[in-house]
Design a binder for this molecule. Structure first.
Ligand code: SAM
Length: 418
């Protein structure tokens, strides 16, 4: 039976006059929902609508909150870029020029369960929190520009299931703000630890979570882009094919592979799976922070991530903005690639560390190297299924041999899990 979640005793009555037919409809609906009166049904409806139980706070409402009234302070300036200290909502709705930005490249705080030192938003209220940023992004982005958001998923507390918050964010950006989803990318971090250990290593009912989603959005379906800026080296077999020639043929799938397939285009079009290890721990930035006793930002993205999108989607001289700048990785990549840039960050300490990317000299981008990672196809190892029974309880209980151990459910805490 549907029950009202309202536990407080009612203290005030309200009178609603219903017509006979309205009363009939309400009574029928109340009975269908398992409520024994129209009053109980009204309370039940109230409990169902989260918007009513969690009204949008004024802070998240752009119209009632005058973000433009205070502005972030200029913290540091280079030939091409500026770092601002303060709330980027104020910059986006204030001093930023409308339709002036070519690329917003960012990684907001994720809706994590185990919060980082800079604070994370609840997955549950994430979209409400994000609205003023989304509004600001729509304001400052050019028609030809792109919005790229790196955002990782999270687990429902104490349960081996995933939150939908980052998908809800995507749906909100498209359906409420009119952005177009150009293409989703997946950033695979091969060095990611197997977490949450409880579900992956202990109860063994989930696999390692190793990708972040990266939403590439734009104001029109046709933002400027050219994939020839981000080609990958040809595979060995493709190089052999280019050398030895290719006979056009019809694939079993029905695809007609023409002789154009055998043409050397300088590299192969990369997939939307970006393999980038997030392992840098002893670079100039980290050494500077340790020397100066400043907190190292706990959720930096690797330079290759903004580098890919900056090269793919902008030209030298274009303006790139990171409204959740952290340690200013986007800024240093943009400066190296001769783009103009603006970084905005709430924490002075992260910016003191981030400044070391530019002072005393601009830090060059890490060498890409040619490291490539092997992904083994699934089910390569043979298994005797009878010897490896499924956990019929879906992992509700730890395996008997481990029951005496302390139960810990770990959440990602490493860089790359913002
Ligand atoms: C995931 S981190 C970004 C890390 C960054 N990509 C890097 O590589 O260093 C998100 C950052 O957003 C900052 N932040 C949160 N709310 C903000 C706001 N309203 N304005 C500016 N920065 C904000 C947090 O302090 C945090 O450093």
């Amino acid at each position: 039976m549907a029950t009202s979640k309202v536990s407080n005793s009612p203290t005030q009555g309200i009178n609603i006059r219903l017509t006979a037919s309205e009363r009939k409809v309400f009574k029928r609906a109340a009975a269908a929902a398992g409520c024994d009166s129209i009053g109980a049904y009204v309370r039940f409806l109230h409990s169902q609508f989260s918007d009513l139980s969690h009204p949008r706070s004024d802070e998240n409402d752009v119209k009632s909150h005058n973000y433009a009234s205070s502005q972030p302070d200029l913290f540091y300036k280079t030939d091409l870029g500026s770092i601002f200290l303060g709330d980027s909502r104020c910059w986006l709705h204030g001093q930023a020029k409308p339709a002036s930005v070519d690329l917003i490249m960012t990684s907001p705080p994720f809706g994590l369960v185990r919060k980082k030192t800079y604070g994370n938003e609840d997955a549950e209220h994430y979209c409400d929190w994000f609205r003023p940023f989304a509004d600001g992004f729509a304001r400052v982005l050019k028609e030809s520009g792109s919005l790229v958001i790196d955002i990782g998923g999270t687990w429902v507390p104490k349960q081996p299931t995933r939150s939908l918050y980052h998908f809800k964010l995507l749906v909100m950006l498209v359906e409420e703000f009119g952005f177009h989803l150009c293409q989703e990318h997946y950033w695979w971090n091969p060095s990611k630890l197997p977490t949450p250990a409880e579900w992956v290593n202990v109860r063994r009912v989930r696999v390692k979570d190793a990708v972040n989603t990266v939403w590439w959005l734009s104001k029109t379906p046709f933002p400027k882009a050219n994939n020839k800026r981000v080609l990958a080296p040809y595979s060995r077999s493709m190089k052999a094919l280019l050398k030895n020639g290719y006979k056009p043929k019809l694939r079993p799938s029905g695809h007609d592979i023409s002789e154009k397939f055998g043409r050397d285009n300088g590299g192969s079009v990369p997939p939307n799976l970006l393999a980038i290890a997030n392992t840098e721990s002893n670079g100039h930035y980290q050494n500077h922070c340790r020397r100066e006793n400043i907190a190292i930002h706990p959720a930096r993205f690797p330079a290759q991530l903004p580098k890919y999108f900056i090269r793919f989607l902008t030209d030298p001289g274009d303006l790139i903005v990171d409204p959740f700048a952290g340690s200013c990785v986007t800024g240093v990549v943009a400066e190296n690639l001769k783009r103009k840039w603006i970084c905005c960050e709430l924490s002075r300490e992260y910016l003191i560390g981030g400044k070391a990317r530019f002072v005393p000299t601009l830090q060059p981008l890490p060498q890409d190297g040619r490291t490539s990672y092997k992904i083994t196809p699934p089910c390569v190892l043979p298994v005797t299924e009878n010897n490896v029974p499924l956990f019929g309880d879906g992992g509700r209980q730890r395996p008997p041999s481990l029951r005496r151990n302390v139960r810990t459910i770990s959440q990602p805490t490493r860089a790359g899990s913002s």
